[in-house]
Design a protein. Sequence first.
Length: 152
Amino acid sequence: MTLNRTVLIAAAALFAANLTSSTTWAVELYTVTDLGTLGGNYSYAYGINANGQVVGDSGTASGKHAFLYSSSTMMDLNSLITPSSGWMLEAATSINDLGQIVGQGYINGQYHAYLLTPVPEPTALSLLALGGLALARRRAQFGERDRIVDRF
């Protein structure tokens, strides 16, 4: 079932308050979000994860491209991979909660399935490395203090 849509429910009901005929109720179960396009005149969504990230394909000026919709922005997946990879990602069909995406595209003129796995940003890796260095330095300082205290 696709998320983010308004569903109309038709229900037959008999009410004690003089309603004796079939009644159609409109019950809003979802809201609709227009994901937009990559510049073409269509887009199709095929998968969504628990983080609300959506994948699919969209028309562009140069054909069909795979997209990732995240944080209210539609991104062409081809702009998120190395241009020299040789891939042209045409459709993204599923995304898991780790952000891994599967779909189909072209490489060296042949149509193949692909798996995209997010690469941590260099900033995040730098912060992790700095945190590790700070922890090691702190341990070294406390270790030296403990050795001095042990001598007395």
